[in-house]
Structure formats: structure tokens, C-alpha cells
Design a protein around this ligand. Structure first.
Ligand code: DNO
Length: 368
């Protein structure tokens, strides 16, 4: 297992590489070219520059989150082959620089969706939260305005102001795209990029839709075990794999996270492990949840069971703590402060060590 922390890059992140280096057990970061635009082929020189910066700080780039996908690929538009060519060039250059894991998502228009970015908890910390009443009654533009207000001045991935300025146009583009079309467009994209992934041994790790159901009437397809297994089968290449994000799949309480991990055995290339706390009963028409600290005791998930299932099924790949609470007066991108994620990294490594010392997996085939 390789414990990492996400780092958005100098100028975009309040957390420094020097700080990350001091988190016990963390030797790698997950990063991106945060100012790249979906559809661009990443320049080799830009990849080399960030790689050197990370290495000079005594760390390595363990993987990329994200290389974003142009909308034309998602809607199956006229220019999709051109943008797929560019994506392939980016993968080639990452492979040449010895970077072998790429996280991406296939969500139309938005990335993750929350109704609040700074809900105040009893202990004074703040967390991201979701309330279905707030989301269901709001227009996407209003949603953006409230997200922007709480973003502490940081640009949040998927909620970039230039993108939000085009929100109406984007909705229009997706008008004819239903779940089946989106699925077929994903399969088309994956089939086209598998040869370069084979050549450079690049694991593609699709991130789930967060939350794991359609929002604002847009289709969402990476939401459940059945849908994901269908996608894995449709392009049955080990390089077509998953980011197993517990906090995203777990938003849908019908998802059994441990069964899901077993079903995806061999294909989880990246794990985001975090906890959520549900504040409404499972049959309540209003869904309200908030993100909690990573510990099982602070939320609704059994994080030990999740880590143990990853361990028992042979997972040996890249993992990172996910959104943290904002604690100790830190000002950072919501979800991405240093302190609570560092606590999460330490906790997850403690659970992993307990598994290593008590569970024999000498007969299990390990995979990354
Ligand atoms: C949210 C993240 C997502 C994720 C993308 C992957 O905090 O988990 O923004 O990075 O969906 O492309």
C-alpha cells in the first residue's frame, strides 16, 4: 500500500510539499496541472517541471488526479476524436515520465456536489455537507454562487468560474445525452485509450459520481456496483479500473461498500478512504449528511471493515485520505486542509498495520 496526499500545486494549494513530507508514512503526492484545460494535451516540459519540484521536496508523484475529460468526449460530439488524441498524448507523456496512475471522472457539467462547504460541527470544526432539500430546490447557478462564497478564495475542482459562466450552454449540450449514451461514450473513450495504457502501463481509475445519483436532471453512471461492473466488463482490460472513493459511493446507502470492493477485486487502482455521517434515517425523504473525521466512531461507516476488505482482497495500491474537516483555525480549500487529512493518513496506516500484523494474505494475489 502506498499512502499519499493530494496536492494541487504551488500557487493553488495552501499546503506545501515540505509539510506533506513531514506526515508520517507519506512519500508520494497525487497532483495535476491545475491550470490545464480539459481537452489540452499536456506539455512534456510542464509535466517534467512539476515532477522535479515534487522530487526536489523529497517526494514522488504517485499519480495524477485528474486529467479531466473534454465535454465533447462525454457527449460524443464531433470533435471527440481530436480530444481523445490529445488525451492519448497526455497519457504518453505521463508514461514517459514514469507516472502510471490517472484518476478522472465522467460526470456531466459538475464534479462533486455539496450544499454547504463549511457546516459548523459541535466541536467547532467545519465540514462539507449535503442536504437534499437545499439541492433539489436550487438552480445550478445559485448553487455555484453559494459554493463560491464558501470557498475561502480557492478555486474548487469542477466549479471553476469560467466553467460556471457557461453553465446554461453546458446543460444545453447534454440535453440529448441519457445514461445509455453517456455509458457508450465512456466505453468509446476507454477503448481508444487502452492501447496507450497497455504500452506505458497506465492504470486508469475512474472516480465515482458524487453524490452517487443524478443531480440537476443530468445523467450519472458511476454510482453503483452493478453499473460499475458493467463498465469494467465492457472494457475488460486491467488498466480500466477504479478510484474506490468510499465517501462518494457511500452517499448512496444502498451501496454495500465491502461487497463492492470484493466485486471489483483486481481493478481498484486508487482508494479514497473517508467517512460520512448521516443525519437522517434511511427512509426519510430528506437526505442530510456531512463529512466527518476519518475515524469509524465519528461517522456512519466502519472504516476498519473497509480497510480490512481492501487488505484481504489483495489491494496493494495507492491510497489517500480524502476530504478532511477544517480544524485548528486552518484556512484552506474546503476539504483539503493539511491537519485533518494528516490525521486521516495516520489513522488509515494504523488500520493497515493492524491488518498486516493479524491477517495472513500469503495466498492472496496482490494487485495495485
Ligand atoms: C473531490 C474529488 C473530485 C475528484 C474528481 C476526479 O474532492 O474527489 O474532485 O478529484 O472527481 O476526477
Amino acid at each position: 500500500m502506498e499512502m499519499t496526499l493530494r496536492w494541487y500545486g504551488t500557487g493553488f494549494d495552501s499546503v506545501t510539499l515540505q509539510q506533506i513530507r513531514q506526515v508520517p508514512g507519506v512519500h508520494g503526492v497525487i497532483t495535476t496541472l491545475y491550470d490545464s484545460v480539459p481537452g489540452d494535451a499536456w506539455e512534456l516540459a510542464a509535466i517534467q517541471k512539476i515532477k522535479k519540484e515534487v522530487q526536489d521536496a523529497g517526494l514522488k508523484i504517485a499519480g495524477i488526479e485528474s486529467v479531466n475529460i473534454h465535454d465533447d468526449i462525454k457527449i460524443g460530439g464531433g470533435d471527440r476524436d481530436k480530444y481523445i488524441e490529445n488525451y492519448i498524448k497526455t497519457l504518453e507523456r505521463l508514461g514517459q515520465e514514469d507516472i502510471h496512475m490517472v484518476c478522472y471522472n465522467f460526470m456531466p457539467v459538475f464534479d462533486w456536489t455539496r450544499s454547504e462547504l463549511a457546516r459548523v460541527c459541535e466541536d467547532g470544526s467545519t465540514v462539507l455537507a449535503y442536504n437534499s432539500k437545499a439541492i433539489d430546490g436550487v438552480k445550478p447557478e445559485e448553487m455555484f454562487a453559494s459554493i463560491d462564497k464558501d470557498s475561502n478564495g480557492f478555486i474548487l475542482p469542477g466549479w471553476e468560474p469560467e466553467r460556471m459562466a457557461r453553465v446554461k450552454e453546458l446543460f444545453q449540450m447534454y440535453k440529448e445525452v441519457d445514461e445509455e449514451k453517456l455509458f457508450n461514450n465512456l466505453v468509446y473513450f476507454l477503448k481508444a485509450i487502452m492501447p496507450v495504457c497497455d504500452k506505458y502501463n497506465i492504470d486508469m481509475a475512474i472516480h465515482p459520481d458524487d453524490p452517487a445519483w443524478p443531480v440537476f436532471g443530468l445523467p450519472r453512471i458511476i454510482t453503483s456496483q452493478d453499473k460499475v461492473c458493467r463498465m469494467l466488463k465492457a472494457v475488460d482490460n486491467p488498466h480500466n479500473g477504479l478510484t474506490f472513493c468510499t465517501g462518494s459511493y457511500g452517499t448512496n446507502r444502498k451501496n454495500d461498500l465491502c461487497e463492492f470492493i470484493k466485486a471489483a477485486q483486481g481493478r481498484i487502482h486508487f482508494a479514497h478512504v473517508r467517512n460520512l455521517k448521516f443525519n437522517t434515517a434511511i427512509d426519510d425523504p430528506v437526505l442530510d449528511f456531512q463529512e466527518s473525521a476519518h475515524l469509524s466512531s465519528t461517522g456512519s461507516f466502519d472504516i476498519f471493515k473497509i480497510v480490512k476488505t481492501l487488505y484481504e482482497t489483495g489491494f496493494d495500491g495507492i491510497i489517500r485520505p480524502d476530504h478532511g474537516r477544517m480544524i485548528w483555525g486552518e484556512k484552506a480549500m474546503p476539504g483539503y486542509g493539511l491537519y485533518d487529512r494528516a490525521l486521516g493518513a495516520t489513522y488509515l496506516q494504523g488500520l493497515w498495520e493492524a491488518c498486516e500484523k493479524t491477517i495472513d494474505r500469503s495466498n492472496v494475489k496482490l494487485y495495485r
